[in-house]
Design a protein around this ligand. Structure first.
Ligand code: PMP
Length: 361
């Protein structure tokens, strides 16, 4: 297991100690003779797991008491629909920053339910992809919310500034960056994330929403996507994805055990700079994102000679460096280096890249 490093963009590598723990508990959880996925979500034992997971997430992100934490179904795309349905009327505007393919997908879905409008798109600076903040004049103060994606999983574009939204609630798709560093939750109206990168297995999405945004859902909102109902029923209006929730809880405990998000951010910064330094030091590899907008989670890179792409992927796989092929829409390579990727995985990749360049460069 430990000779393989999985760079998948998601579902992605989970922390090894968490996987070992889950394996030990798999068929006999808490000496109960059953698996956690075989018990009622309404039973005392599972409720304890659910509550502990929420508390640990609240501790990790220092979530203020006036925010609800919801464990929902439907992944990131489910939230592309749930956000406009819960936060806006059909005649209301939602504002959107589009920095890559996921924030673009969010606008298309929102437009089914409200008057979605793009106010800023990624451009270029010094010939490299770049995302600048929107102008204050582009913020319609009557808009229901402003949606953005601070880390674009496919494009590898990230930014850590927050738009000046003049009181319009900020809504962030944090699917591929949540828990990678500390956040000031109070700056957001809500944020959400599909679980399958930094939280746990797919099937779960986490929503953190300010109480003032509840109670506004459109009548047509499916009940399982209704934040107010979810909050009222402690995310158990219907059967939640219990195994994913349990495993997310183990991931939260692991994060606490290593020193929380400050330590996680330190490790992530080291991993990212190790990989970007290797790319920048060579003419054989390149990354086309402006240094100020480079993702610390998803690192796309290209070979100078694209004809070598498939050989790169094959030889990397043979050495246990898995899932490095870039997204089908952009080609090249992509290394996803989420929380669970140890520095050793990144150094193994960097050594392989140097070796590959010596052979074919
Ligand atoms: N947003 C982002 C930033 C993502 O990376 C993804 C999936 N990779 C999604 C949304 C969609 O998530 P899902 O497949 O869970 O619907």
């Amino acid at each position: 297991m430990s000779n393989v490093y999985n760079f998948s963009a998601g579902p992605a590598k989970l922390p090894e100690p968490v996987m070992q723990q889950a394996r030990e508990q798999f068929v006999d959880w808490n000496a109960s003779g059953t698996s956690v996925m075989e018990v009622s979500h309404r039973g005392h034992d599972f409720i304890q797991v659910a509550e502990q997971a929420e508390q640990d997430l609240r501790d990790l992100l220092a979530i203020p008491a006036d925010y609800k934490v919801l464990f929902m179904h439907g992944g990131g795309r489910g939230q592309f629909a749930a956000v406009p349905l819960n936060l806006s009327r059909p005649d209301q505007t939602s504002l959107h920053l589009v920095s890559g393919s996921w924030s673009k997908g969010a606008v298309a879905e929102a437009a089914k339910y409200n008057q979605a409008r793009v106010i800023k798109q990624a451009g270029t600076k010094d010939g490299l992809a770049f995302m600048a903040p929107p102008a204050a004049a582009d913020i319609d103060k009557d808009a229901a919310y402003l949606h953005f994606c601070p880390n674009e999983t496919v494009d590898g574009i990230a930014y850590d500034w927050l738009p000046e939204a003049n009181g319009v609630p900020l809504v962030a798709d944090m699917s591929s960056t949540i828990l990678s560093q500390p956040l000031d939750i109070s700056r957001y109206g809500m944020l959400y994330a599909g679980a399958q990168k930094n939280i746990g297995p797919s099937g779960l999405s986490v929503v953190i929403v300010h109480e003032s945004l509840l109670g506004k859902a459109q009548t047509a909102t499916p009940s399982i996507f209704d934040y107010t109902l979810a909050a009222k029923h402690d995310s158990m209006y219907n059967t939640p994805p219990t195994f994913s929730w349990y495993l997310a809880g183990l991931v939260f405990q692991w994060l606490k055990s290593i020193g929380g998000l400050t330590e996680m951010a330190r490790r992530n910064a080291t991993k990212a700079s190790t990989l970007y330094n290797a790319i920048d030091a060579s003419d054989f590899y390149r990354n086309q994102i402006h240094p100020r907008c480079r993702s610390k989670m998803n690192v796309p890179f290209q070979l100078a000679d694209a004809a070598l792409d498939s050989r790169f992927v094959q030889e990397a796989e043979a050495q246990g460096l898995k899932a490095l092929k870039g997204h089908r829409s952009v080609g090249g390579m992509r290394a996803s280096i989420y929380n669970a990727m140890p520095l050793e995985g990144v150094t193994a990749l960097v050594s392989f890249m140097a070796e590959f360049e010596r052979k074919y460069g």
